[in-house]
Design a protein around this ligand. Structure first.
Ligand code: PMP
Length: 378
């Protein structure tokens, strides 16, 4: 199988699996238990939190919350911040580029009475920072933006956005860094909270992290035993947490070499694809090295996914989360891509396990698929 759907999920690293099993066997204790074994678990939890803050160079104002994934991290951060700020800063700014785990949250908050505004998008698929600056005021309590888009791979101008938002002390800046970690250099200066999902960087499904500056800015969105500052109640899952940190260390420490490796493969793939008449590249220049979005106008994305799947190539239409929805993809629409091109778009996504052989095999299968559909291309 040629697996080119790493933006949907990745294969867990063996040492992550081993860590998960080992901690389950030897340190399965509840870190909130007052006995010696519980204290040992608690010490390891705190040490792990210190290690990942150091790894990402986050200062002591940040707290680490382990969650079940970025959907939960985004919900805890966005709902938690918005509710705390409702009385004095009820405006929320985001863009249509965001993942549904952000967009659906802000839509629900709008139903609750928050004022949600969407910043303009440039033709390169980036947040228009001048427009953002013109939208800012003391009424804005929350700005949320992804680091890397999961459909096209464009990298957002996080430093510029952070600089603008930091001029407004009431505004919290949340970054969904799910598709960025391990792929591009991360930028978290002047950022107030960050979401990650373990299975996107060779960790396990059901593992996530939320980093929050000044945790007391958040109102809890669920209630229970009061673990994790009362923000994420429920028995702490130490084996999962230790395992995600293992994955995070290898993603972050190998980021530069992964970037170079992926960039080489992406460049090769793009020059290969460009040789085929009627096939177009959607991903903008300078986008993340792991995502390549291409269009075959005249052929439906689902047809292409099935055609590749027949040859054991796994890729996706727009993203796994939206590929089952019938509507045209909002991210591609926002970038001004034509309907025909959107309908015929597929996403290839590489990961740290992708090899030169995978790409060579993919090219051979691509030629077969192209022969089957070329008469339909417009
Ligand atoms: N944000 C982005 C940018 C994503 O790509 C995803 C996963 N597709 C998520 C958030 C949600 O992550 P999860 O499904 O692991 O909760």
């Amino acid at each position: 199988m040629i697996y080119l759907d790493n933006a949907a999920t990745t294969k867990p690293n063996q040492d992550v699996l081993d860590t998960f099993v080992k901690v389950n066997q030897s340190l399965y204790f509840n870190p909130n238990s007052p006995h010696k074994a519980g204290l040992q678990a608690e010490q390891l939890l705190q040490q792990t939190k210190r290690e990942i803050k150091e790894l990402l160079q986050l200062n002591n104002a940040f707290e680490v919350l382990f969650t079940s994934g970025a959907t939960e991290s985004n919900n805890i951060a966005l709902q938690g911040i918005a509710r705390k700020k409702k009385a004095f800063a009820p405006e929320i700014i985001t863009s249509v580029l965001e993942h549904p785990s952000v967009l659906e949250v802000v839509r629900a908050l709008a139903d609750e009475g928050f004022c949600v505004k969407y910043v303009n998008i440039t033709a390169e698929g980036q947040v228009d920072v001048n427009h953002l600056a013109s939208m800012m005021s003391d009424r804005v309590g929350l700005v949320t933006c992804m680091h890397v888009n999961n459909i096209m791979g464009q990298i957002q101008p996080i430093p510029e956005i952070a600089e603008i938002v930091s001029q407004y002390p009431k505004a919290h800046f949340h970054v969904d860094a799910v598709q960025a970690i391990g792929k591009i250099p991360l930028y978290f200066n002047q950022v107030d909270s960050i979401s990650l999902s373990g299975h996107k960087f060779n960790g396990l499904k059901g593992q996530g992290v939320l980093f929050v500056r000044n945790i007391h800015q958040l109102a809890p969105i669920m209630y229970g035993g009061g673990q994790e500052f009362g923000i994420r109640s429920g028995t702490v899952n130490l084996p999962t947490n230790i395992a995600i940190v293992k994955a995070m260390k290898s993603a972050v420490l190998n980021q530069a070499s992964t970037f170079n490796m992926l960039q080489t493969l992406k460049t090769q793939l793009i020059s290969f694809i460009e040789e085929f008449q009627g096939v177009y590249l959607n991903s903008p220049e300078g986008s993340s090295p792991h995502i390549i979005n291409i269009a075959f106008p005249g052929v439906k994305g689902e047809v292409l996914v099935n055609a590749f799947s027949k040859y054991d190539v796994m890729l996706s239409t727009t993203s796994a989360c939206s590929s089952k929805k019938a509507s045209l993809n909002e991210v591609l629409l926002a970038m001004g891509i034509t309907e025909k091109r959107i309908e015929g778009s597929i996403r290839l996504s590489l990961g740290s396990h992708t090899t030169v052989e995978d790409i060579e095999d993919f090219k051979a299968q691509f030629i077969k698929v192209y022969e089957e559909i070329k008469e339909l291309l417009k």
